[in-house]
Design a protein around this ligand. Structure first.
Ligand code: FES
Length: 275
């Protein structure tokens, strides 16, 4: 079985999840939910579709669910956490959910990152902006599997490093980069990646973040032969292949993948990434 084939596919359920905690830091929110069925099935890299109107409400507005990557999974406690930024009407409505509220979730959806136990060498986890939260669960998975791993996280400034504290608490070395130098090194996540690749210290790379960042990581990593997996960001209206609103062009051939079903995690060499 190839490394790519060890990605797990969502065996999703619909679950009424209860809000356990909901905290804000500026416009970034961390939502902890009791969702035992989803916690049992989730693997890092997968996401949930959240209906932002509470269960039992007669309102159907906003109608569309919001796709959010799973940050942490606590199988024993039956809970998951999500970190999101308020960017529009849907996330603004979600931000009002108080502990005890029930939210309708579909998940876990999509393909996960590959099994870290199946890879070799140092695993380099890279998160940019809101691509950092899914790397928290990825880091916990890799550390639990006994895999040596390091993380590189970046954003335009320190306020955009959502999930950075959670990642550092996993206990792996974390290099922080900000474009304005407000925290960590000044510059892009590709700088420390380039250094690791040049030194032969990267055995595998997993990345999640803006498409330009993923394209740059792919361009640096794929030619070296180091396995590279990217989690692409798309607005996923349905989450399970019905609306065809989340296409990703195939690399080197015609046609498209559906990010929600075939991804969101892909082997980097299989997808066309724009800047
Ligand atoms: Fe509907 Fe992917 S989100 S097909």
């Amino acid at each position: 079985m190839s490394l790519a084939e060890t990605r797990r596919k969502g065996n999703w359920v619909q679950e009424a999840a209860t809000v356990i905690a909901h905290e804000a830091q500026g416009d970034v929110f961390k939502l902890v939910l009791a969702a035992p069925e989803i916690a049992l099935r989730a693997t890092p890299g997968q996401f949930v579709e959240v209906r932002v109107v509470p269960v039992g409400s007669s309102s159907v507005d906003p109608l569309l669910r919001r796709p959010i990557s799973i940050c942490e999974t606590r199988m024993a406690e039956g809970s998951i956490s999500l970190i999101y930024r308020v960017v529009g009407r849907g996330t603004r409505a979600l931000a009002t959910a108080i502990p005890g509220t029930k939210l309708d979730l579909l998940g876990p959806l999509g393909h996960s990152f590959p099994n870290p136990a199946a890879g070799t060498g140092t695993l380099v986890l890279i998160g940019g902006g809101l691509g950092i939260p899914p790397m928290v669960g990825a880091a916990e998975w890799a550390v639990a599997a006994g895999r040596e791993c390091v993380a590189i996280i970046g954003a335009r400034s320190r306020e955009y490093l959502a999930g950075g504290a959670e990642l550092e608490s996993v206990g792996l070395p974390v290099t922080v980069m900000t474009e304005d130098g407000s925290l960590g090194g000044r510059g892009l996540v590709t700088q420390p990646l380039q250094a690791l690749l040049a030194a032969g210290r990267a055995g595998e790379v997993w990345a999640c973040g803006p498409e330009g960042m993923l394209a740059a990581i792919k361009a640096l990593t794929v030619p070296t032969g180091v396995p590279c997996f990217v989690s692409v960001e798309r607005f996923m209206a349905c989450g399970f292949g019905a609306c065809i609103g989340c296409t990703v062009a195939k690399a080197g051939q015609s046609g498209y993948f559906k990010a929600c079903q075939d991804g969101p995690v892909f082997p980097a060499e299989e997808v066309e990434l724009g800047g």
